[in-house]
Design a protein. Sequence first.
Length: 137
Amino acid sequence: SSKKDEFGKTRTGYAVVTLTEVVEAKALPSTYSAQAAELVALTRACELSKGRRVTIYTDSQYAYSTLFVFANQWKHRGMTTSTGKQVMHAELLTQLLEAIKLPQEVAVCKCAAHTSSKDFIAIGNARADEAAKAAAL
């Protein structure tokens, strides 16, 4: 989560949750964007699941697509784009590519954001959003 407070300062946070608990929720530097926070959350979910089987849900199309479509390609090019420019969030992406190897088995699934559904995925996503917003303050 990333948004400006009443004084115009950017407040950013992330959360890793299960259906029953907030596993971790922390503030991030004000220079971190919402996309960076999503990468941190995905990385921490993998790190916290080291050695276990886990399914991780993210509502971030950016984090999901970056992980599955672009990150390995960028890694092989030294975290540069096809035009030779430095990839945004290169350090965070490098950390994610290492963290994704830590669980015994991992599935990362894209879920819908901010729905009114009452299924366990939507409930968990809402819990993560609330915890990330609270941590950002």
